[in-house]
Design a binder for this molecule. Structure first.
Ligand SMILES: Nc1ncnc2c1ncn2[C@@H]1O[C@H](COP(=O)(O)OP(=O)(O)OP(=O)(O)O)[C@@H](O)[C@H]1O
Ligand SMILES: [Mg+2]
Length: 436
């Protein structure tokens, strides 16, 4: 039986499914108890295209994590990506203040509820509502209003929404593997948790996770998340360019990419020749690193340009963000960081996941940032509760469909006993935002 201080997350990627069982230690640190990774061919661009293949990969990955941890797994939080994931920021007035009074945890909870109502859209699931700041009696930029005096309060929140159909398909593929769903975590929110420093979030940073099928983006400024977006492009397109150009299979093209490709080929080795199996030739086709490099450079440049275009949003204009953190398997392409720096014209670093105890060296790799980060994020921001007791039905977060149920159902975000007594969790006492 999974204990209350344990969490399971499943990162369903376009190339692999990664399940992590983690544990919160008494000192507050988060320890990895078991990881299971299985190749997956069931997703395309972050969406389930082959439910059966997805279900088998989930079973293999969960089975391996369960074996490694020595514990059965029946419930998990799921990572969600895909270009249907969109974000918006809302300012909402928090009702219920009569005269000047001290802001309580209950007011903060009402703030989250009203922001959720304002962010909700017909036909779309509300995945996260993350408070960014508060305005108390016209004073803006208050990060933790608890204990302050105010007669009027507004909350500014970052909301992330997704389309219902792909979410249901993803949930069904996981449930078919016999796994109950504790909730959903949007992948870039998770990845950011594992790779960004507090200073980067404060100063402003763009986190880019280039996976196999998607590029997930999260922008932070003044300590909080302000933009989330997903591009339906990843390492797949780089490999596919090789396959199309040289009439080769995808597998052969992937081999060539991993072994010989660079987005900025070194002048000394650019003329080096190697063979690629091509459908149109009996013998391997001889090509140079320069030819592959040309394709990789063009694709990396296009990806970065599209990424920058995705950031061409009114609420990001005028913000001086000069740092970018790259992660995900796609950025392991030699020279990718150099192209990113050239297009972004700012400071760019490539990051592997950090912040979890017991992470093996083989998982200290950009490909595991989202998986590890989702575990960290869920441990730090979601209520401690038994996996065995939590069930999800229609909505991604287990709450009833429609706007009407949002306020009442916020109690379900608290641990059951705490919600009933009204006392505070450790996270709430410290004023950390509670993500939905
Ligand atoms: N050394 C490398 N050079 C170039 N590309 C690489 C390298 N290593 C891995 N990749 C690419 O990284 C991609 C897989 O990355 P990752 O594991 O982050 O994706 P994923 O999580 O399965 O997919 P997604 O997040 O898009 O759903 C593949 O396209 C693979 O070709
Ligand atoms: Mg991924």
């Amino acid at each position: 039986m999974i204990q209350d201080d344990h969490r399971v997350v499943i990162d369903l990627g376009t190339t692999k499914v990664c399940t992590i069982l983690g544990k919160k230690r008494p000192d507050g640190s988060i320890e990895i108890a078991g990881i299971g990774v299985a190749p997956c061919s069931g997703l395309k661009r972050g969406l389930v295209a082959d439910p059966e293949a997805t279900t088998s990969a989930v079973m293999a990955s969960v089975g391996a994590a369960s074996k490694a941890a020595g514990m059965p797994i029946r419930q998990a939080y799921l990572g969600l990506t895909g270009s249907h994931v969109k974000s918006r920021n809302v300012w909402s007035k928090v009702d219920g203040f009569s005269g000047v009074s001290v802001v309580t945890q209950e007011d903060v909870r009402r703030a989250l509820a009203v922001a959720s109502e304002d962010a909700a859209e017909e036909g779309r699931d509300l995945l996260h509502v993350i408070p960014r700041s508060y305005a108390l009696d016209g004073i803006y930029g208050v990060r933790n209003p608890l204990g302050m005096h105010a007669a009027e309060m507004y909350v500014q929140a970052h909301a992330i929404l997704g389309d219902q159909h792909p979410i249901k398909t993803l949930q069904a593929a996981v449930q078919a593997a016999g796994i109950g769903i504790s909730g959903l975590i949007v992948e870039p929110v998770g990845a950011a948790e594992a790779v960004l420093t507090d200073a980067e979030r404060e100063e402003g940073v763009i986190m880019v996770d280039v996976g196999g099928g998607t590029t997930d983006i999260a922008v932070f400024y003044e300590g909080s998340i302000i933009h989330t977006a997903v591009l339906p492009i990843g390492g797949y397109q780089f490999t596919n360019d090789i396959a199309i150009s040289f009439n080769a299979t995808y597998e052969e093209s992937e081999r060539v990419k991993l072994r010989f490709a660079s987005a900025v080929p070194d002048a000394r080795t650019a003329s080096e020749e190697f063979g690629i199996e091509s459908h149109s030739m009996d013998e391997p086709l001889i090509i140079t690193r320069r030819e592959i490099g040309q394709l990789m450079s063009e694709r990396a440049t296009e990806l970065m340009r599209l990424m920058m275009k995705k950031l061409d949003e009114p609420h990001l204009k005028g913000l001086r963000i000069s740092q970018m953190v790259l992660t995900g398997g796609g950025v392991k392409l030699d020279g990718f960081q150099a192209i990113a720096r050239y297009i972004f014209q700012g400071h760019v670093r490539t990051a592997s996941p950090r912040g979890a105890v017991g992470l093996l060296s083989e998982h200290q790799d950009p490909q595991f940032s989202a998986s590890v980060g989702m575990l960290l994020w869920s441990m730090r921001n979601l209520p401690r509760e038994s996996h065995a007791s939590r069930k999800v039905s229609g909505r991604a977060d287990g709450r009833p469909n429609g706007r009407g149920g949002l306020r009442a159902s916020f109690k379900s975000l608290l641990p059951r006993s705490k919600a009933q007594t009204g006392s505070k969790t450790a996270e709430q006492k410290s004023g950390a935002p509670v993500g939905v």
